[in-house]
Design a binder for this molecule. Structure first.
Ligand code: NAP
Length: 315
């Protein structure tokens, strides 16, 4: 259920509750958060842009309900995405990892979350115009002010992390990446090296191995593939999605768990010991997800799901 994030004193649940789609209705939001806590989830993932700050602000209501909770959970937020129109009408959507933006964004998150510190600050997307020295300076200031304990990245490849690491004194402890049985490029890239006709374009080449080699915990985002293979099959689903949904249902029946548990057990079975950042707001589905921790897929089951989700047999 729990694991230590390498290189830190943070003991966290392997399943993280993602707050991107936290309901704006306070009762529904608190129900979801309480369901997560009741299931033993101790880590919560935010970003300043989730619902334009409303998700962080809504989350703060939990402190009233659960005094002393702040010290018992690990709170993570992200910065670096700026929406179109911020601050003036002609400004495009863009990434911004400038010193000023990082510092300003963290202030905003702390205010909305009604807390003095983030356990982890994550850089949401790689900024094409990043100046690693500026990131380093922002991190140094945030650490000195006691506003952030640890730092991580999201959607970064190994080379981008290396570029930052050269400037930043502090370790980068997590990398949040999309990963699920329907979106398995991280694994696929590692097994098609030097082969012709890869079934998917190679994305994230070496990222998984880089993170493992440097003790960076991978946090899988959209690990449920938004329910597509666990009960929410799109009407226009392609063949591989249909077949994967059927296989998930078959394995769920064999393991006597809900389909969600199989989809997540596939992510958690990988030896990188990833965390899975789930986004369901349904209390029953949250509990079904946590049941994944009781399922250990065999090598054969794991590969069946991998190749079915990939849509092409391996060589
Ligand atoms: N770093 C990044 O760039 C990035 C990007 C995206 C997300 N994230 C993080 O990852 C978290 C999870 O992302 P996600 O929400 O995309 O992932 P997810 O957990 O794969 O999907 C959750 C969504 O799928 C729906 N769903 C799941 N199973 C379903 C079913 N059987 N039937 C109907 N609906 C079903 C849920 O609806 P219900 O609420 O009704 O269950 C919810 O809307 C986010 O909250 C955020 O923290 C990070």
């Amino acid at each position: 259920m729990y694991q230590q994030i390498s290189g830190t004193d943070l003991m966290v649940s392997r399943i993280v509750y993602g707050c991107m789609t936290l309901p704006v209705d306070p009762r529904a939001a608190l129900n979801a958060l309480r369901a997560a806590l009741d299931c033993g989830i101790t880590m919560f993932d935010h970003a300043d842009v989730y619902q334009r700050g409303a998700a962080e602000a809504m989350f703060a209501a939990i402190w009233r309900d659960e005094p002393g909770l702040r010290q018992r959970i690990v709170l993570q937020s992200k910065c670096g995405i700026r929406q179109a129109g911020d601050p003036t009408a002609q400004d495009p959507k863009r990434y911004d990892l400038s010193r000023e933006h990082i510092l300003r964004a963290v202030e905003g998150s702390l205010q909305r979350l009604a807390t003095d510190y983030l356990d982890i600050l994550v850089l949401h997307r790689p900024d094409a115009l990043v100046e690693p020295d500026e990131v380093a300076e922002a991190f140094t200031r945030l650490t000195a002010a006691g506003k952030v304990r640890y730092f991580g990245v999201s959607n970064h490849n190994g080379a981008q992390i290396e570029l930052l690491r050269r400037a930043i004194g502090a370790p980068l402890i997590v990398n949040q990446l999309q990963f699920s049985v329907l979106h398995s490029h991280l694994v696929n890239a590692g097994i098609i090296t030097n082969q012709n006709d890869p079934p998917h374009a190679v994305r994230g080449d070496g990222t998984l191995e880089y993170c493992r080699a440097h003790d960076i915990t991978i946090q899988a985002w959209s690990p449920l593939a938004r329910g597509q293979v666990s009960g929410h099959l799109p009407a226009d689903a392609d063949e591989r999605t249909r077949r994967t949904a059927a296989l998930v249902a078959e394995l769920a029946a064999q393991h006597r768990v809900a389909p969600e548990a199989i989809v997540l057990a596939w992510v958690l079975r990988h030896p990188a010991r990833m965390q899975a950042v789930i986004g369901t707001t349904d209390p029953a589905r949250i509990a079904a997800c946590v049941a994944a921790l009781g399922v250990t897929l065999s090598r054969e089951e794991w590969y069946r799901l991998f190749t079915t989700g990939r849509g092409v047999e391996i060589r």
